[in-house]
Write a new protein. Sequence first.
Length: 271
Amino acid sequence: MPTFPLTLAIITHNEADNIARCLDSVPFAAEKLVVDSGSDDDTVAIAQAHGARVVQQDWLGFGPQRNFATTQCSHDWILVLDADEYLSPELAAELEQRLPELMAGNAPSAYLRRRSIYMGAPMRWYRPAVGERMARLYHRQRARWSDARVHESLRFDGAAPTLRAAFNHNNNPTMPHKQLKVLRYAELKCRDWLDKGKPVRMWQAPFVFALAFLKDYVFRLAFMDGWRGFMIAQTAASYALYKRMRYYEMVNNPESVARAAAVLTRHQIDR
């Protein structure tokens, strides 16, 4: 497979179990960059053994960390993956075919589709897990990541094409992995809300769980994936409710922000 003047950029922290598969799935990238935030496992050594240049950067939050990674890339065109994601052979072949035209044009970005593997098997029906469109390929002078601590997004103007084949996401190997991620992501989201002075709307709490569950389980077709779909919908609804309860606590008991940060850091859930 030919190489293209493109950088694969990955941000990592303790991803020794995943990083090799992610890097090896993109054989056409002229550069592979890993921005690591202090891993204490074998992430760095494995990444270097699989052809990556590793840069160390203390954790800044998801959006700022990705923007920092953008500045470290040697090429203007950048493909972003998380360490637990990897290209399918079909998408790698499609990119090989379409990259020359895309990189020669004026498009700011391109959308890829993500397919999630949950509890060891691909989801078949749940809409966000079978073909979620995500802007992951971009020209760094035409696009920029939002500064959100979590749930960051790529911002750009203009139309962007969508590729047909999907990349894979090994979505939390166990339920404890998922619950720890929910705890961390909720904390980061609430800190963003606190910085922005978002109003507390606890009156919504009695409805949030039911509406979030209904959205995922029924309208996004999670029920078609059996008990795995039920578990995904329940986790998403619990996350939506917990964020609001935690934010209420942050506003009404400000010292809880620092105390929670300390305990989450101590247990390596946050950093």
